[in-house]
Write a protein that binds this ligand. Structure first.
Ligand code: AHR
Length: 307
């Protein structure tokens, strides 16, 4: 049975099991990072719409990028005695205590998208997400081919301490380290926002005499790259031509930039996570058996030439 079939098949049974007892079969608390960039609101919308379709009462909490808000939201979900909690964690650290509290209250926790760094892996059931390291590797491999293995790269990092920033960097570096003439010459966080990306690129432009000797910009998400594109255009540079532009997410605005030749490649991060995660949660509530700690959603590379 394929992984997707394995995940989706149990949902009908799970919904039937809970249906009939109340208007809503199951109550799930979802603590979301915030609404930075274009990808995350698409992910939030999908989680809300998919929950509605499946008859799930979703309690949605937006943490506005702050881990303290997430901790508060999770504790509120515990107090409300929800059936399950889904967390998309802002950063990887600082989760042990609140996850212990959920465990003590016998409320299963699932991770969506981002990861946590906890020693006791039994504190959550499973994580359902793309492979961020693979996304970095795909970006690095594309750039190695496009530049024939010779390239000075500027890197726009995501939120410091977040799983995608850590893993995408590692994956990208793992590939380019195979090429002696490829290196990251400057790297700074733009916090996954367009504004942040623009500021970081403006600083890079200043520090390198208009990106002299720079062959590529690797941004941990499209929104930062879109900000970088703006900054480069304002400086009279031609993004996509003077400098190769590779990023992650594949949001509608980067598709336009790819079509206009201002971006060159983007690794798609699927925002439709609801259809993957809810069946797993519902099935687990019906039949709480041990699951693999990570259920991987595939990633795809899109380039300007082949969209
Ligand atoms: O966790 C995934 C990342 O978070 C997305 O790539 C980025 O756009 C978002 O902010």
């Amino acid at each position: 049975m394929s992984k997707l079939t394995w995940m989706v098949a149990p949902v009908a049974g799970a919904i039937m099991m809970f249906a009939g007892s109340s208007a809503y079969a199951v109550t799930i608390g979802f603590s979301q990072v915030g609404d930075e960039g274009d990808w995350r609101p698409a992910f939030s919308k999908d989680m809300q719409e998919e929950a509605k379709k499946m008859g799930i009462d979703l309690k949605f909490a937006d943490a506005q990028g702050k881990q303290e808000e997430q901790l508060k939201a999770v504790r509120a979900f515990i107090a409300q005695r929800v059936d399950a909690i889904i967390i998309a964690p802002v950063v990887v650290t600082g989760w042990d205590q609140v996850l212990k509290e959920a465990k003590r209250s016998k409320i299963p926790v699932f991770l969506a998208d981002r990861d946590v760094d906890v020693t006791d892996k039994t504190l959550y059931v499973t994580r359902i997400s793309a492979d961020f390291s693979l996304e970095g590797k795909l970006a690095g491999a594309w750039l190695a081919a496009a530049s024939k293995g010779t390239c000075n790269v500027v890197e726009l990092q995501g939120t410091v301490g977040s799983a995608p920033a850590i893993e995408r960097k590692k994956g990208f570096e793992a590939v380019i380290s195979q090429f002696p003439e490829m290196k990251i010459v400057r790297s700074q966080s733009g916090d996954f926002t367009t504004e942040g990306g623009k500021k970081v690129m403006e600083a890079f432009i200043k520090a390198t005499n208009n990106l002299e000797g720079i062959c590529a910009s690797f941004a941990h998400n499209d929104n930062m790259q879109l900000g970088a594109i703006q900054a480069m255009k304002e400086a009279g540079l031609k993004p996509g031509k003077d400098v190769q532009m590779v990023s992650v997410d594949y949001v509608p605005a980067i598709k336009k930039a790819l079509a206009a030749g201002e971006a060159n490649a983007s690794v798609e991060l699927r925002s439709a996570i609801g259809k993957y995660i809810y069946p797993v949660v519902l099935d687990y509530l019906k039949n709480p058996t041990e699951l693999p700690k990570w259920i991987v959603i595939p990633s795809d590379l899109h380039t300007a030439g082949a969209m």
